[in-house]
Design a protein around this ligand. Structure first.
Ligand SMILES: *Cc1c(COP(=O)(O)O)cnc(C)c1O
Length: 471
């Protein structure tokens, strides 16, 4: 095999993998020690033999999780959209870094074009945006921007000898907020977790008291992070109520829409779930979750603050790389926290061109309908129950157990059995100490009968386990 035949050979294998992804079990599961042996990672070093390379490829594909399989409903992503796969392959072959215009002219313009589309769609009239490495990073940069805007001297002088800064999120906010508090130097104790109400949304009355309390004690409430679609329950914090609080307290209002922010694509869902989004200070969401772009594809938008990204993220002497001489700064890297930047924009752009906003909106609306259908199936199934009512896309349910059996232990065992037998991988989480199974639908091939099939498989396995338990 010579180098000229490698790509056609590879594409043939990938096409076969893609077409058979939905068949059989979703994973050939092995415990880590057994898999290590099967993979024989020590073999074949330095052979320059393409045959060996393809053996590794086959091993990778054989033992990986088939995320396009209907049993894979565990996480917030699925098999990637085909146009984005095309973009990913092209970007890999034409390997470059999207940090300067001279090294990445098309990627620079494509990213700027896509950001402009997003700003327009969200309604940030004089906004700016950037692709980051994910919403965790988007949340962190937003918190960093809020920190620096609370006190312009912090960027040069640090947090030493200043009034304490406090950030606020709901108790159900994503754990990346805790990481952000650690990274930007305010400390985990200064990230205040506000309880959620019965709907799973941030309790704004409690938030207001907490804001007032911090001010009274000389602290600065510099950041409030609302969530559009919480990771576990799918709750949307009230943007209108957070905006009302922002008019009275000096905080930056960020919305984390990593999961549920995709509703902005649909005019009707945007109005229903995120009214007021055009007035917040920043907003992040992932195209690699509900929308199916290859991992990672994220965007962070900042409202009403020209050049904020450069002010917040820029530091150090980078004149060796960026073109300060040019009247109009064209280098995306100069306002990024990264130096090298993956070309994540091309796959995103190709998807956008292929489906258009309408195509994406249809997909999100369809997922919501399917989730409503799934909730109905649970409510009609004698062996299942919803743990909390569905707020949007997340279906949090469990298998009902007789009184003498610990429901958490049983449902965890059920989940593990489904996983290790390759039948289905469903999410799990805790709501008020109750273990919930969490169905997330992000696969565009999913339909009503796939929903039924999923629950049928789960109920059948649950009954078998229950019988074994009783005997
Ligand atoms: C998934 C998720 C994140 C993290 O996003 P990454 O892109 O994986 O870093 C942040 N917030 C919420 C609400 C999420 O669901």
């Amino acid at each position: 095999m010579d180098a000229d035949t490698i790509l056609p050979n590879l594409l043939g294998r990938l096409e076969k993998y893609r077409q058979t992804q939905t068949q059989g079990t979703f994973v050939d599961y092995h415990h880590p020690e057994d898999l290590k042996e099967l993979l024989a990672l020590d073999d074949h070093e330095g052979t320059r033999d393409w045959q060996h390379i393809f053996e590794w490829v086959e091993k990778y594909l054989n033992y990986s999780v088939k995320t396009g399989h209907p049993g894979f409903v565990n996480r917030m992503w699925t098999e990637a959209n085909l146009p984005s796969i095309v973009g990913e392959i092209v970007a890999a072959v034409a390997n470059t870094s999207a940090c300067t215009y001279e090294a990445a002219p098309v990627a620079t313009l494509v990213e700027k074009y896509m950001i402009a589309q997003m700003l327009d769609m969200v309604g940030f009239e004089s906004g700016e945006g950037q692709m980051t490495t994910g919403s965790s990073n988007g949340n962190m940069i937003a918190m960093l921007a809020a920190r620096n805007s609370a006190d312009a001297k912090i960027k040069s002088e640090g947090l030493f000898g200043r009034p304490a800064l406090f950030a606020f999120v709901s108790a159900d906010a994503h754990y990346s907020m805790d990481k952000a508090a650690n990274i930007i130097g305010i400390g985990l104790d200064h990230l205040v977790k506000i309880p959620v109400n019965a709907d799973g949304a941030l309790d704004c009355a409690v938030l207001e008291k907490a804001l007032a309390d911090v001010m009274e004690h000389g602290g600065i409430p510099f950041f409030v992070g609302g969530t559009a679609g919480t990771t576990v329950r799918g709750a949307y914090d009230s943007i209108a109520r957070l905006l009302a609080l922002r008019s009275r307290y000096p905080f930056w209002l960020h919305i984390d829409g990593a999961w549920g922010g995709s509703v902005v694509l649909s005019q009707t869902l945007k109005k229903a779930y995120m009214p007021g989004i055009e007035q917040v200070d920043s907003f992040t969401w992932d195209f690699h979750k509900m929308l199916g772009v290859n991992l990672m594809a994220n965007v962070l938008l900042i409202n009403n603050r020209p050049n904020e990204f450069a002010r917040v993220c820029g530091a150090g002497d980078n004149s060796y790389i960026f073109q300060q001489e040019q009247a109009e700064a064209v280098d995306l890297g100069s306002s990024s926290l990264q130096c090298g930047r993956r070309v994540d924009s091309l796959k995103w752009f190709l998807d956008w061109k292929f489906y258009g906003r309408r195509g994406y909106a249809d997909r999100v609306e369809r997922f919501l309908d399917l989730c409503a259908y799934a909730e109905k199936v649970v409510n009609n199934a004698p062996d299942l129950e919803m743990v909390v009512p569905r707020k949007s896309f997340n279906v949090c349910f469990r298998f009902k157990t007789p009184g003498h059996i610990d429901a958490n232990v049983f449902n965890l065992a059920l989940r593990t059995a489904l996983h290790q037998e390759g039948l289905a991988l469903v999410g799990k989480a805790y709501v008020n100490d109750i273990l919930v199974l969490r169905l997330l639908i992000t696969n565009p091939a999913f339909n009503e009968s796939a929903v039924e099939q999923f629950f049928d498989t789960l109920v059948e396995k649950g009954k078998t386990l229950l019988q074994r338990h009783g005997s």
